[in-house]
Each structure stands twice: as structure tokens, then as C-alpha cells.
Design a protein around this ligand. Sequence first.
Ligand SMILES: [Zn+2]
Length: 286
Amino acid sequence: MLLPMKDLLVRASKENYGVAAPNVSTELDARAVIEAAEELHAPLILDVAYMATKDIKFFGSYLTRLAEKSNVPIAINLDHGFLYEHAIDAIAAGFTSVMVDRSSESYEVNVRDVKEIVKVAHATGVSVEAELGHVGDGSNYEVDGVTALTDPSMAKKYIEETGVDCLAVAIGTAHGEYKGTPHIDFDRLVEIKKIVGPDYPLVLHGGSGSGDENLAKACRLGINKVNIFTDLMIAAKNSVADVTNYRALWATISGAIKDQIAYYIKLFGGENKAWIPENYGVKGNK
Ligand SMILES: [Zn+2]
């Protein structure tokens, strides 16, 4: 079932678990993660980076078809949309959510740009994710892990001003592989959730390599979407290291990605959380 991302996340927030959001860029990884979600009866978010596909409209039509015929709730989200045009392309491609990343800009520019896309996206039933504070890069973790963390006192104001459906927070995770040990600021997370309210969904970027205990705890304390990319790629890479039969190559990669995301779905508490929306399939509803 293809649903707006907001539907998946508000429910996850109310029921206190995290939805796994793997980055996908091909048929192979998209099918692998959907199979894992179906076997675990779990909701799923497909994150797609604009640059990861050569033709977002082609890939979007493919992913929406896969999602529509699946028996679990699936949302398709543009990951880190940096340009207005990218968000529009994703909406035209059938995505049910777009992330507008202006986290490197000033607060004013961030609010202005996000607000503009929220207006367009909401008019077509598409959800919007945005980031306050800035999640940096694991290779520069010493600096990025402690600077530009989300200011809890600004969170509510930001949500009200932009109208955004879920908020990506910077609480000590980082993208890519960590150089050093990740330290998650759980007190900050608890404070943000308290301020935005128990039903408002929060997003964690840079889930890979952050540590199982940390991720499970973050989901218990209010994170409702966890982005996973690097760990899927590492699992895929490691799985083929000893493959000698070239015919087994794709199946081995696919199996490794499926196993890795299945592990995370369970860790985040998403297992058996799939549901069928009341009006699903009724004209006017996706
Ligand atoms: Zn990210």
C-alpha cells in the first residue's frame, strides 16, 4: 500500500516505535527491503536520494507500482532534497513525501524554503520532512558530532512556522562511517519530544554504525524514522567478498540487504506494526 509518509509516522509516534527508512536506488535493493517488510509485517519508508537515480520519474513510477501491490504500508520519500526543482520532480514522480534539506542555511532561509515546498506538497497530499540543526558527516565526527545540534527551544516554533510533517533532529549521529565512537545526546532528544508533543514524529539521519543499543533507545524515546544507507552497502559488499559463482552475485547481494534491514526493522520495533487504512482504495484516497 502506498501511503503519505505522515500516515506512517504519526502512527509510529503514537505507538512509540521507529519505521526503518532504507535508501534504495535500484530494483534489486527496493525489492529486497520490501520483501523484508512484508515478511515481518512492518511499515516501510523507501528513501531515495535525487542523485542516486538517473531518472527520478522512471524510478518513481517503478517504486509506486511496487508499493501499491504490497500488503504493507509503504511511503516513498525524497531524501535530502536540496533544490526546489528536485522536490517538484519527486512529487511529479509519485513520491508521497519530500525532505527539504536547508539545514546548512540560516534559520530564516530554512523556514522560508521549507514553507514554500510545504504549500505545494500539502496541496497534492504529499508529506514534508525537514531538518533543524545539522546532521554532519561521520568522517568529520569530532567536529560534526557536537556542533549544530538541534536547539530544543526552536523546534516548536520551526514546526509551526513551516507546517512540516516530521522533523529530522541533530542529536549526535552522523552520515556515513563514523571516525570515532558515536555519542547520542538522549537528554536533548527527550527534551525535543517533550516540546513538540508525543504525537509529533521525529527523524534520525545517519542511523548506520550508531550502535544497536543507541538506536533502539532512540526509538523508545521518540524517534519514529531511522535512515539507513551505509550499513546496507557494507552488508552488500561483505556478502560478495567470497562469492566465486558469478551467477549467485545478485541473489547474494539482495539477501544481505534484506537480512540487514530485517534486523533493523525488528530493532526499531516495527515488526507486526503494519495495518490497513480504513479508506484505502476509495476514490480520492491513496
Ligand atoms: Zn541524511
